[in-house]
Design a protein around this ligand. Sequence first.
Ligand code: 5GP
Ligand code: MN
Length: 342
Amino acid sequence: VDLNGCLNPEATRALVQAVRMLETASLDDKSSSRVLLTTHVNPDGDAVGSTIALAHALRDRGTTVDVVLADPPPVYCKFLPGVEWITPCIPSMPPDLAIVCDAAGIDRIGPVDHAVKVARQTIEIDHHGVARPFGDVRVVDDNCAATAELVYYLLTALKAPITPAIASSLMMGLVTDTGSFRFTNTNTRAFRLAATLMEAGADLSRIMDQVYDQKTVSSLRLLERAISHLRIANSFASATLSRHDFQQTGATQGEAEGVIGHLRSLKGVQVAAVLRETGPAEARVSLRGRPGYNVAEIAALMGGGGHAAAAGCTIYLPLDEAERRLRETVYKFLDQIKKSVS
Ligand code: 5GP
Ligand code: MN
């Protein structure tokens, strides 16, 4: 495999091993060899795009795949050919091989973890910096803008043809994880990959339209609610969304996804958070940080994780208390950064 040094040496070695495993999976008795594909709970564009791209490539090679996700794909991914393969149903037979995309730990894939644990072998494909390893083979490189980039290298090494369907799936991952090439994970390789995927027939205009220009009125009403609860202090912006807010606007939890971007984009804000009430004493927290503010550290302090620029956690407290707890943690974190700078 010649990746021209795109990946770190460990990931390159793991990629070679993964190729071997996949070659065996397709050569074995096809009727009995099964590959399970999965990704993290509440999947985003990269999670779904990476998984679907792999599903296409393996099916094109004649391998039987089960695409098992704990949660349904986001609405903007539903046009991707192959999303119809996604099911929450765990197959009764243990898979010969499980491939887990974009998940920093086996605890991130929800109830699908049972199926992965009984698989004969597991391949992990991921770009998280901090992860709890679980795979037999780990194709992990945090210099990759998206897991989709790693999947692209794997498919190239497998000499799998990049069909337009695969190109669009990978482009979905690349576009959403880089915030359309705005976030600091955007590097020259991301642009090269984008160009290659365009050549392979990725439908970029459709992706952009689905991701950015298909907003529902209920999501806008939810944004209105979030803004009415906005608090900004010490360069930290936060907003809460209660169950009442969701009921009143008719918005789904998924429709809250865009809110955090508005907070992050505010002048003077370094760290932004949206807290969603998901139970009487349970709040889901989305965190975003500007360069120099590693919000994965904040999330980790609260039992979560993620990337430097985008992370999350769950706080098991009533919404208002959860926000208070989060504020304390963020202020301490910001104080430490201030001290280390001065
Ligand atoms: P989001 O705000 O979109 O839900 O999550 C942003 C990123 O943070 C995700 O891509 C994921 O990497 C990470 N993340 C979110 N929630 C959790 C969590 O509870 N635990 C861990 N380890 N990572 C999380
Ligand atoms: Mn990702």
